[in-house]
Design a protein around this ligand. Structure first.
Ligand code: FAD
Ligand code: FES
Ligand code: FES
Length: 1306
């Protein structure tokens, strides 16, 4: 018996007996096939990096159905007789790229590229779905990638690339791209990729033998026989797993490591895969996928309820999960494992029932309610066969049906805080009967609120009736103890109930002022955008919006990341064992008793394996060294204790999960788990004086000049995780003579190099670190990549075999951490006008257990905070050494906190004076003189200070004043939604660093460039190519205009290019360009005499041939060192954001953001635009969405895509306008350019500030209802301002308060 399938048209046949049925499609693709374009990022169905197209042939209907699936959850055995298409199957560098790849490139929609293959396949599938391309609309285009995560681009260009295929789009309406009208690479539906090869059609046969560990019965009888056999065998311990889509393993991850003797694929059972419409309703087979259920329900037009069920189901997970996950699987998860299901809740309200086949009880039909309440289904003894949804007969009454869900992402890909569905039969506004279902709020399973149903039945709805119903509801919808956001979840229920019934309210006074009006939740407005991008051709091709180097290669998935490098022979794989105790003695490491440790486990590498002569060093940097493995004591949760090494990554990961570290805490001091505790115990890191920022002016004097003072106000800020799509990874290969080569995904090859050499105790000339490209870094692959590479090197050295590690998402999140949390206490003095005269700060920064790069945080905080003229500024920083995870430097480290602190202070001052925050911001903006006082040399020349004019310019272009009035009017006439608008400036100092480069010209005239900087997605290679093109182009011989196409930037290799320094701080692209320019100048000098000698025009190729003939040195290297003063310059930007807050759910929609950013003379405005938008959206994640929650000992609890929510397409500004300002020439900057990598992240503070404005309005209204004065308007909106946070500030009891107020005014 064999498993036959095709990948990208290539046939694969595997003996079924040789396949471990728990193997996923992704594992096969990445480790056993040549097709590496699918990427592993989360391994749990939550990101879309691994999406492939699955095509299945139906021999009866003779048609092929194509749909996307997440290959990380799909089992290989499930794809028998299927065809898989990956992004490189759509097109590639050999056969020509697909138009999708070209459009991603042309729309500048791929930065690091790690998400792009998955995005490409998702888009391709959406295009196939629309039966002909003319039916693909912009609406579908926007949804095409809605479950795919991208951490780099901010999604706008991706959505535009998708929309460019829509029949109803005008390319002129799309965002900035490299296509002229009518030059879009066409998507030819006729010539489309053949997703299902003919040969597979002929091979289709059943593979149910029942003999193998994987079997696929075709009928219920067959299954029954099989299970009965298994039941008998169970007495001797045989374990069986029923498999439908297997997507549940994305949630129940332990399931993957469980060993089953038999896997029974139930998806081919005829009776279970049909959808039948009967007289009484619809009967749906349990293995029907959610996507198919949606399609079928949409077809049933007799009752609106079905359309509403379908619409709700479209918010379950992402399309690539719905395409494979079944309705039955979902209900079984809900029934057996308390999964917070949407399906269970909505079907409960719809009155569904379930047909079960039980080995012990036979066939039975139960209501969904009985099903959910019953004892958990027994593993494979009980089988859900079908689900029935009834038609509701309601001749004499009206049928109302609605569903609700509140979730961090409006369009799905996020579990709900609470979901609900209500059905009511109503006659003459009287409720005859109703079904009210609630779920996912921290309950065992979805419930019906019978008490409320009974109470409402037979009643006319009035405010009082609704109030009573809500009171009753409060007793039913009670989350279990320990549920997160408990009060918030409960508070949603009254809102939903109110929303459902409010239209029936009998009121004596009809609504005239909109007070009784409550809209149904509306779909999000479509995304739209505009970009104003100046092109500067002074240094052509520098300044051109050239598309990203290698973007199509990234889209097709051929671009090689560290984990794509084919495994060398005998390669082993590592997985980290990390500490789960903050401070404890490590007594030993073993594997859990009675656990089945995979056979392939070879070694557990710890500090004891550091070779003689080496040191236990995982990180060597300018500020010192840090240990690789914990020795006798662990210093924080997440500390590396050991590396398990096994024959496969899966075995290594499984073994690491089974590891048991024995700790002892007796007689030890309690760990330091807060900054306050660290201060109390004087556990502080020193800050070198030269890194300590300088105070400005005299704050005591400033305070004495103030009319008002706010004393000792407190702010707390938490962390943010990088969420690069490619997790930490390295491959270490031992080489001759005790040397070693390490492929590392890092931003700091030079320091990885020193760390490996120091740890192994070998000279640095025996170490070589190679980094080609990195799948997103954001600072997380600076310091934190070093121990990963070093651990692989230690293991490879010990075992004398190659060792690679691709850290799984959870471990990465727990061990890498993120931003520095901090506590800020401030006192501020100000005049009655809002002019601030003095600011005093005390800031306690949690650096964690080791120093890392934390010493730069204080100056970064102050650098960004000084964007306002505080009059005088003083501060006291304490860098706290705690027993918490060492913090890393994440994009705009300290700067984003600095900007936020400034805004929080401004808002506080404005509130206390009852002034508009915008007025207080403006009055405190710097003049050039005050800027020079605060930033000294960094302030540059007066003409370089563009911020105050940018403030006004954006005010005009965004229509700020007018929109303020419109927002005010909106807030006056809406009680359930409030809007806010805010304009925020930023100043961001950056420093230039020494950076090396080498340019070599080969005999055919092509050019190879090496630079110290690493391509992380930020477009460094592209800018470097342009610079080389410009600088060599100065030779002005024939053909130099096309030189850019002949230039290739190659991987960083620490033995070839020394002093690579680090890639970070936003200026590495500029530094690398400057180095390349120096090299080119040398080459130009060497080549010029040949041109002069030639006496006439000469072509580039000729010139190079002559140079080769005359042995001219055509390789030049150089080290760019910035001029002494200033090595620092300031970046400026302003953003206006407008938001709308839904007071019932606390959901914030960013309606519009307008950004004006000064890029100097941009080296590549397309790249800079991508950086601006991407950074902004990452900042939006920090301010609004990403909850970094730990337990009391510091262990990260939000450690997966299920709980850690980065922005998705549906959470970015609906209208996103960016203008790049092309400010003037500057001698001392690289071709007058400015940085764009980090500063724009700070602009996202505008969304937070706008949200605070909206919340302020909500609070005003609530206090009016409650009859209290508005002194409470001085409040702080925490970061991130998630839905629960916003709702809590708007009033968890808002509906109850409204009803009470209404009854009091009536
Ligand atoms: C990333 C992600 C996000 C999600 N978000 C949501 C969400 O927001 N809301 C929501 O409601 N759901 C959500 N889900 C759940 C999703 O709907 C389920 O994973 C899916 O429906 C399960 O179907 P399956 O066919 O893959 O089940 P499987 O994984 O194959 O099976 C699930 C379990 O049920 C058993 N089983 C399967 N079918 C039967 C049957 N017919 N009879 C008896 N036992 C059976 C299996 O043995 C297994 O134990 C999400 C899932 C993922 C991966
Ligand atoms: S890796 Fe499969 S969805 Fe993230
Ligand atoms: S380009 Fe999307 S994750 Fe980097």
């Amino acid at each position: 018996m064999s498993l036959v399938f095709a990948i990208n048209g290539q046939r694969f046949e595997l003996a079924l007996s040789s396949v471990d049925p728990s193997t996923t499609l992704l594992e096969f693709l990445r480790y056993q096939s040549p097709f590496k374009s699918v990427k592993l990022s989360c391994g749990e169905g939550g990101c879309g990096a691994c999406v492939v197209l699955l095509s299945r042939y139906d021999p009866v209907l003779q048609n092929v159905e194509d749909f996307t699936v997440s290959s990380c959850l799909t089992l290989l055995c499930s794809i028998n007789h299927c065809s898989i298409t990956t992004s490189e199957g759509l097109g590639n560098s050999r056969d020509g790229f697909h138009s999708i790849h070209n459009r991603f490139s042309g729309f500048h929609a791929s930065q690091c590229g790690f998400c792009t293959p998955g995005m490409s396949v998702s888009l391709f599938s959406a295009l196939l779905d629309s039966k002909s391309s003319s039916e693909f609309t912009v609406l579908e285009a926007e949804k095409a990638v809605s479950g795919n995560l991208c951490r780099c681009t901010g999604y706008r260009p991706i959505v535009d690339a998708c929309k460019s295929f829509a029949a109803d789009v005008d390319i002129e309406d799309l965002g900035f791209n490299s296509f002229c009208k009518n030059t879009l690479p066409p998507f030819d539906n006729e010539k489309r990729v053949c997703s299902f090869p003919e040969f597979l059609k002929d091979e289709m046969k059943s593979i149910d033998s029942g003999m193998h560990r994987w079997c696929s019965p075709g009928s219920v009888e067959e299954l029954q026989r099989l299970l009965q056999g298994a039941r008998k065998a169970n007495s001797v311990g045989l374990s069986v797993k029923l498999v439908a889509g297997n997507t549940s393993t994305g949630y129940y991850k332990d399931e993957r490591d469980r060993h089953y003797d038999k896997y029974v694929d139930i998806t081919r059972i005829r009776e279970m895969k049909e959808i039948r419409e009967t007289q009484n309703g619809v009967e749906i087979g349990a293995v029907v996928t959610i996507s198919k259920v949606i399609a079928a329900l949409k077809e049933i037009r007799v009752q609106k309820m079905f359309g509403k069920l379908a619409a709700h189901m479209e918010k379950i997970a992402a399309r690539f999960i719905r395409n494979f996950g079944s309705i039955g699987g979902n209900l079984v998860m809900a029934q057996r494992k308390q999964f917070p299901s949407d399906m269970a809740t909505i079907l409960l309200a719809a009155g569904a029932s379930v047909n079960i086949m039980s080995l012990s009880r036979g066939f039975e039909k139960v209501t969904l309610e009985q099903f959910l309440q019953g004892p958990p289904l027994e593993d494979y003894y009980d089988l859900v066969l079908t689900i029935e949804i009834p038609f509701w007969h309601h001749q004499s009454s009206e049928l109302l049906f609605e569903t609700y869900r509140a979730a961090p992402r409006p369009n799905g890909s996020a579990l709900a805080y609470l979901n609900a569905a209500f059905l009511a039969q109503v006659k003459d506004r009287m409720v005859i009967n109703c079904r009210l279902a609630f779920g996912a709020y921290g309950t065992k399973h979805a419930i019906r609120c019978k008490e409320v149903e009974e109470f409402l039945s037979g009643k006319l709805i009035t405010d009082n009736v609704l109030s009573e119903a809500i009171t009753l509801l409060g007793k039913s919808v009670v989350p279990q103890e320990g549920t997160s956001n408990l009060a918030y979840r409960s508070s949603l229920a009254p809102g939903f109930l109110f929303n459902f019934f409010h239209s029936l309210i009998i009121t004596e006074k009809p609504s005239s002022n909109g007070y009784y009006h409550l809209d149904q939740p509306k779909p999000l407005p479509m995304l739209s955008s505009s970009q104003h991008v100046p092109i500067n051709d002074e240094y052509f091709p520098v300044g051109e919006p050239v598309t990203k180097s290698g973007a199509s290669l990234q889209a097709s998935g051929e671009a090689v990341y560290v984990d794509d490098i084919p495994a060398p022979a005998n390669c082993l794989y590592g997985a980290f064992i990390y500490s789960t105790k903050p401070y404890a003695k490590v007594k030993g490491i073993s594997f859990k008793e009675n656990s089945v440790v995979p056979d392939g486990v070879l070694a557990v590498i710890s500090y004891k394996d550091v070779p003689k002569g080496g040191q236990n060093i995982g990180l060597k940097f300018s500020f010192g060294t840090e240990p690789l493995f914990a020795e006798d004591f662990t210093l924080h949760v997440g500390q590396c204790i050991a590396l398990v090494v096994a024959d496969t990554q899966r075995h290594a990961d499984t073994a690491a999960n089974l590891a048991l570290v024995e700790y002892e805490t007796e007689d030890l001091e309690p760990p330091i788990l807060s900054v306050e505790d660290a201060v109390k115990k004087s556990s502080l890191f020193e800050i070198y004086p030269f890194l300590y920022p300088q105070q400005v002016g005299d704050t005591s004097k400033g305070m004495s000049e103030a009319d008002h003072r706010i004393i000792s106000s407190e702010i707390r800020l938490g962390s943010q995780y990088f969420f690069y799509m490619e997790t930490q990874t390295a491959l270490a290969v031992p080489d001759e003579d005790s040397s070693i080569v390490v492929y590392s995904s890092c931003q700091t090859p030079q320091y990885v190099h020193s760390s490996v050499a120091a740890c192994l105790g070998i000279p640095e000339n025996k170490v070589r670190i190679i980094t080609r490209r990195v799948g997103g870094g954001f600072g997380g692959k600076a310091v934190k990549a070093m121990p990963v590479a070093t651990a692989c090197a230690v293991a490879a050295n010990k075992l004398q075999r190659p060792v690679r590690t691709y850290v799984n998402r959870k471990t990465d999140m727990i061990m890498t951490g993120g931003r520095h949390p901090m506590k800020i206490t401030y006192s501020v003095g100000f005049k009655s006008t809002g002019k601030i005269t003095a600011l005093e700060l005390e800031i306690l920064i949690d650096a964690g257990a080791t120093l890392g790069l934390s010493m730069i945080i204080p100056s970064n905080i102050i650098g960004a905070l000084k964007k306002y003229n505080w009059g005088a500024l003083s501060f006291d920083f304490k860098l706290c050494k705690t027993n918490l995870l060492s913090k890393a430097i994440m994009r705009a480290p300290g700067d984003v906190q600095g900007t936020y602190i400034a805004e929080a202070i401004i808002e506080n001052v404005a509130s206390s004076l009852s002034l508009e925050a915008d007025t207080v911001r403006k009055i405190n903006l710097h003049t050039y003189d005050s800027l020079a006082l605060f930033y000294k040399d960094g302030a540059g020349e007066p003409h370089e200070y563009t911020l105050s004019s940018m403030w006004d310019k954006l005010g005009v272009s965004s229509n700020f004043e007018e929109r303020v009035s419109i927002v005010r009017e909106f807030n006056e006439s809406n009680i359930w939604r409030k809007r806010g608008i805010a304009r925020v400036p930023i100043i961001y100092p950056v420093s230039m660093f020494a950076t090396p480069g080498r340019v070599s010209v080969l005999s055919d005239g092509t050019v190879v460039v090496e630079v110290g900087g690493i391509e992380l997605g930020q477009g460094l290679w592209t800018k470097v190519k342009q610079m080389a093109g410009y600088a060599l182009g100065l030779l002005q011989c024939d053909g130099t205009e096309e030189l850019v196409d002949k230039i290739r930037v190659v991987q960083s290799d620490t033995l070839s290019m020394v002093q690579g320094n680090f890639t970070g701080g936003s200026t590495t692209s500029e530094g690398s360009c400057a180095a390349v320019r120096l090299c080119c100048e040398t080459l130009v000098k060497r080549l010029k005499p040949l041109i002069e000698k030639s006496g006439g025009p000469i072509s580039w190729n000729n010139l190079i041939s002559q140079a080769y003939a005359q042995s001219v040195n055509l390789s030049a290297s150089d080290l760019y060192t910035p001029e002494e003063t200033p090595t620092q310059y300031l970046n400026y930007g302003v953003a206006v954001s407008e938001v709308e807050v839904d007071l019932v759910t606390g959901q914030t929609t960013v309606l519009q953001t307008d950004i004006l950013y000064d890029s100097g003379k941009s080296l590549n405005p397309a790249v800079d635009l991508g950086q601006i938008e991407g950074a902004f959206v990452q900042g939006l994640g920090f301010f609004m969405l990403e909850e970094y929650i730990t337990d009391s000992e510091g262990l990260l609890l939000t450690d997966s895509t299920w709980t850690y929510k980065i922005p998705t397409v549906d959470t970015i500004p609906r209208q996103f306008n960016v203008e790049i300002l092309n400010s003037g020439r500057h001698e001392k900057r690289v071709l007058s350019s400015k940085a764009s990598g980090e500063p724009p992240l700070l602009l996202a503070a505008s969304v937070h500030c706008a949200t605070r404005e909206a919340v302020k309005e909500a609070r005003k209204q609530l206090r009016m209802w409650k009859g209290v004065n508005d002194s409470e308007l001085m409040f702080q909106l925490p970061v991130p301002a998630t839905m629960p946070v916003v709702k809590e500030l708007c009033g968890l009891d808002i509906v109850e308060s409204y009803l009470e107020w209404k009854s009091s005014v009536n």
